[in-house]
Ligand binder design. Structure first.
Ligand code: HEC
Length: 198
């Protein structure tokens, strides 16, 4: 085969291939052709799919009444003073006995970021926000806060109280217990300082 003929054949082939690719171009907005889809289409319903077997037509099901999701600890309280008191009696700090130095250090960080803007660095209620007109919170080192139980402090942080909004979204559950530890530390430090100040 002369070079000329060979080049001609190659050219025809190239044109044919380019043409085929062009003609067979797929529409990327559509699902590709599936050959033997197998496990791509599971027998079970997709989470958000419609399901004829249920009365409400949803494949996504709410948990059955009275069940608790694995790894989820319920917090059966509302934002009320009675529930705060009840939390004080029922809840125990689950971290109290575990590596408390680390927990305390983390509690200090969370307190600084989330609480000190209102409660002030030492808990005196003199943060920047009250300095600019927000109703000042009572000192966390005052007898009232001292007498609150751990679970009650946890409840106030989680659900808020009076002018204080809830902080469950800003501080994770364990972090809220760490903040409780840190408040206790502030309170003991304040009590230790009192005789010197007198
Ligand atoms: C936006 C300002 C603000 C922030 C931020 C804030 N608080 Fe408060 N806090 C208040 C106010 C105001 C009160 C008084 C609420 C009331 O009216 O009873 C209060 C009350 C409290 C009390 C009850 C004190 C008592 O003697 O009754 C505790 C405990 C407390 N806060 C802890 C915290 C902790 C811990 C954080 C951080 C996770 C935090 N607060 C963040 C404003 C704030």
């Amino acid at each position: 085969m002369s070079v000329r003929v060979r080049n001609l054949v190659l050219m025809v082939l190239l044109t044919a291939m380019t043409g085929t690719v062009f003609l067979a171009r797929r529409d990327y907005s559509k699902k590709n052709v599936e050959f033997m889809p197998g496990m791509v289409e599971p027998a079970a319903y997709e989470t958000q799919a419609a399901a004829v077997v249920y009365v409400d037509g949803n494949a996504a099901r709410a948990p059955s009444r009275g069940t608790i999701a694995r790894g989820f600890d319920p917090l059966p309280y509302t934002r009320s003073a009675e529930d705060a008191l009840r939390a004080g009696f029922e809840l125990r700090n689950p971290l109290a006995l575990v590596d408390s130095a680390d927990n305390l250090a983390r509690g200090a960080v969370v307190y600084k970021n989330v609480c000190s803007p209102c409660h002030g660095p030492g808990g005196a209620g003199d943060g920047l926000i009250p300095q600019r007109g927000f109703p000042p919170p009572p000192p966390l080192t005052a007898p009232h806060a001292n007498s609150m139980k751990d679970g009650q402090l946890f409840h106030v942080i989680t659900f808020g109280q009076g002018n204080m909004p809830p902080f469950a979204a800003q501080a994770a559950r364990d972090d809220r217990w760490r903040v409780v530890m840190f408040i206790r530390r502030l309170q003991t430090a304040a009590i230790a300082m009192t005789p010197a100040q007198q």
